[in-house]
Design a protein around this ligand. Structure first.
Ligand code: DSN
Length: 480
């Protein structure tokens, strides 16, 4: 951040907080405290980042006050010319950045982006042929009997996605999420020995299950995916290939994942969030081929409420930032730093799922320290290291306690942490984990929830982190 930007952002935030303080001081206080907390902790949550002041400032303005349901040039409200500009610019940047035929900037979140994708695929693959068969132009013209037949067809569709404990995401057909209620779902896992994706096994499952949608993408798999192979599998069984690149969109944007590792040339539909490695505002995005574009464009009102125009504006700013050479340097550093973090762990005897990483995240199997993921997460938090617990493949502790801790490099890389810093981060984390024991339950047996961290460790780790955090300040020069 340049000195001028820091000064301008300081003035903007100081003024904004004064205005907010005049109405609800507790909210102004929480905003100030959040900056302090983020400045003072080692943020290693793989799905978080720090957006630029330009992105953050774009979110708070009167674009928020406009209703604009519909799509560019085709709204259900009058007076949407500025929202049309915002949405067109966001979509243009997304298309050009990712080399996509079509981009849809309206989804409010990753879940929304996936819902838009699911319904668009259903509309394209199930509804359109059913209407043609019934000889009608619009769903509104279906009589009740035909409508019941179509509803039944929607409910019969199948989806094949990565299992949760192998690193898949809840929205890829799992029961607690609506996707698991919409589709008959089956999961592919990873090889029991290597913990890596086994494309032959995925192909065999796809041949047997014949899904309408094959989903690739993950939130806790520390490796790259060969999307060309996934497309071959989808084509062989007549499935639509949907890729959820929410976690690694920044690595695609930054040209770290290219060729077979870039999902955009291979998938029919790609979804993402904009706030993870892409470093934008909290929101979602759908990319699609021309073939799927008309059905994705129906996202609002098919699935979504009125677009958040201020957030689409911030997406446009973030996507413009992601089109710079600086962003490519950042993305490469995210991947290089994850390797350094992984090596920092393995050289100190830690067990990593798949043995390492080649993306932005590392999954530490903490059972080797006699801990559950929940105990490791809370011991690390006590020492000022913010992570989140995560299942490992075939996790004996289930999705609540888990046996893993997931760590990512996007946020600290945005602060300027380099490979040597991440090696030190691994050292600090191993220090905490190796000096943590499970707290006993009331019966005296080792529990799964609470932890005991040896005296002095938290202070020692906090002091070492503080040094690194001061060397790499968050929003340097920004004063509230
Ligand atoms: N909550 C996100 C993550 O942490 O990976 C995914 O939705």
């Amino acid at each position: 951040m340049s000195d001028t930007t820091s000064q301008l952002a300081s003035t903007a935030y100081q003024s904004a907080l004064q205005v907010i303080e005049g109405v609800e001081p507790r909210i102004a206080g929480a905003i100030r405290s959040e900056l302090t907390d983020q400045r003072e902790s080692l943020k290693l949550i793989a799905s978080e980042n720090y957006a630029s002041p330009a992105v953050l400032l774009t979110m708070g303005n009167w674009l928020s006050d406009k209703y604009a349901e519909g799509t560019v040039g085709h709204r259900f409200y009058a007076g949407c010319q500025n929202v049309d500009t915002v949405e067109s610019v966001a979509a243009e940047h997304a298309r050009e950045l990712f080399g996509a035929e079509y981009a849809y900037a309206q989804p409010h979140s990753g879940i929304d982006a996936n819902l838009v994708a699911f319904w668009s695929i259903l509309a394209h693959r199930v509804e359109t042929p059913a209407l043609a068969e019934a000889g009608v132009k619009s769903m509104n013209d279906l009589d009740e009997d035909a409508w019941e037949v179509l509803r039944k067809k929607f409910g019969e569709q199948r989806m094949l996605g990565m299992s949760l404990d192998a690193g898949g995401h809840l929205t890829h057909g799992f029961r607690p999420n609506i996707s698991g209620k919409m589709f008959h779902q089956r999961s592919y896992g990873t090889d029991p020995e290597t913990q890596l994706l086994d494309y032959d096994a995925v192909a065999a499952q796809a041949r047997e299950f014949k899904p309408l949608i094959l989903i690739a993408g993950y939130s806790a798999y520390p490796r790259r995916v060969n999307f060309a192979k996934m497309r071959e599998i989808a084509d062989e069984v007549g499935a639509t290939l949907m890729v959820d690149m929410a976690h690694f969109a920044g690595l695609v944007a930054g040209k770290v994942f290219t060729g077979d590792e870039d999902p955009v040339p291979h998938a029919h539909v790609v979804t993402t969030t904009t706030h993870k490695s892409l470093r934008g505002p909290r929101g979602g995005l759908v990319l699609a081929t021309e073939e799927y574009a008309p059905s994705v464009d129906r996202g609002c009102p098919m699935v979504l409420g009125g677009p958040l125009s201020h957030m689409m504006a911030a997406k446009a700013v973030a996507l413009a930032e992601a089109r710079t050479p600086e962003f490519q340097t950042y993305a490469q550093a995210v991947a290089d730093n994850a390797k350094a973090l992984a090596e920092g762990f393995t050289s100190r005897g830690a067990t990593l799922v798949t043995g390492g990483t080649d993306n932005h995240l590392v999954l530490v199997d903490v059972s080797a320290y006699g801990l559950t993921g929940r105990q490791a997460e809370s011991a690390l938090l006590e020492a000022g290291v913010v992570t989140n617990r995560n299942s490992v493949p075939n996790d004996p502790n289930g999705a609540w306690y888990t046996s893993g801790v997931r760590l990512g490099t996007p946020a600290l890389t945005s602060r300027g942490f380099a490979a040597a810093d991440f090696d030190r981060v691994a050292e600090l984390i191993v220090d905490v984990l190796s000096q943590t024991t499970p707290a006993p339950t009331k019966s005296g047996a080792p529990g799964k929830a609470k932890h005991i961290l040896a005296d002095g460790v938290a202070d020692r780790v906090r002091a070492a982190s503080a040094e690194m955090l001061q060397t790499h300040p968050l929003y340097p020069g920004l004063e509230l």
